[in-house]
Design a protein around this ligand. Structure first.
Ligand SMILES: Cc1cc2nc3c(=O)[nH]c(=O)nc-3n(C[C@H](O)[C@H](O)[C@H](O)COP(=O)(O)O)c2cc1C
Length: 240
């Protein structure tokens, strides 16, 4: 099973978000002895990612001109070939870090085409004491819009927890992720995903609309699905 992880801290090995994510990945590896994990991890300190210029080429023509100039092409390919997507951010004034937001901006057009349909997701927020719930909510919303079903959100206000409590939260999260991977009945889309699917389907099925996004929907046979749940099931596959 391939796991993609992004850590939105620039602090390298000092980063508590990175340390928490590494512990989560170690637990997951131990839990899933029968399914070996192939993990790829990007951290904001070791990638070249330019800020979105707002040209909207991605929405209209289906590609970002910046992808040729920085690491985004490789990052996108790794996301597309992964089964589980983990997005981890430090809490910066009750929001994701600017680096995490740059990643999300560069992927924004994927929200209109459910580009990551069929994948599972996990969000991680790390703060000193407060604001995690805003980051959890935002990351859950973004991943859902990409077509991902979020199976857990690990929320760590580190200064309010002792080491034992931190370890327990990370262990509970890895156990929950492992259970969802082995038991498909735990994987359920949200009402908001169903609503978004119906809205986008109505919009892109209009014969007067002819752009990269409506063409993508047609080329992937999305219109043939009656619901988000049906579309997700068609694409859901965990690789060995
Ligand atoms: C610009 C900035 C804003 C922050 N805002 C918050 C906040 O709103 N709430 C909080 O509890 N901690 C806040 N912190 C602390 C970080 O969330 C905390 O130190 C976190 O562990 C940093 O992650 P890292 O070690 O992975 O870089 C902030 C830190 C910075 C640098």
């Amino acid at each position: 099973m391939k796991v993609f992880t992004y850590v939105g801290s620039k602090r390298g090995f000092e980063s508590k978000t990175l340390k928490s994510v590494n512990q989560l990945l170690r637990n997951l590896s131990e839990n899933n002895n029968d399914i070996p994990l192939d993990t790829v991890l990007y951290s904001a300190d070791n990638i070249d990612m330019r800020k979105c210029t707002g040209c909207c080429n991605c929405f209209f023509n289906g590609f970002c001109p910046l992808d040729e100039k920085d690491d985004m092409k490789k990052i996108k390919n790794d996301m597309l070939s992964s089964d589980l997507i983990i997005i981890a951010s430090p809490v910066y004034l009750h929001h994701v870090s600017g680096n995490t937001k740059t990643l999300i901006d560069r992927l924004s057009h994927w929200a209109h085409i459910f580009k990551l349909i069929g994948k599972l997701g996990v969000t991680v927020s790390v703060s000193s004491t407060n604001g995690n719930e805003h980051v959890d909510f935002y990351l859950q919303k973004v991943l859902s819009m990409f077509g991902i079903i979020v199976i857990d959100s690990l929320s760590l206000p580190l200064d309010l927890l002792n080491q034992q409590e931190i370890d327990k939260k990370i262990k509970d999260s890895s156990d929950k992720i492992s259970q969802s991977i082995s038991n498909r009945t735990l994987i359920r889309p949200t009402q908001k995903q169903e609503f978004l699917f119906r809205s986008l389907k109505d919009m892109y099925s209009s014969p007067t609309l002819d752009n990269a996004e409506s063409n993508y929907w047609a080329s992937k046979d999305y219109f043939e699905s009656e619901s988000f749940a049906e579309l997700f099931q068609k694409h859901f596959l965990i690789h060995d």
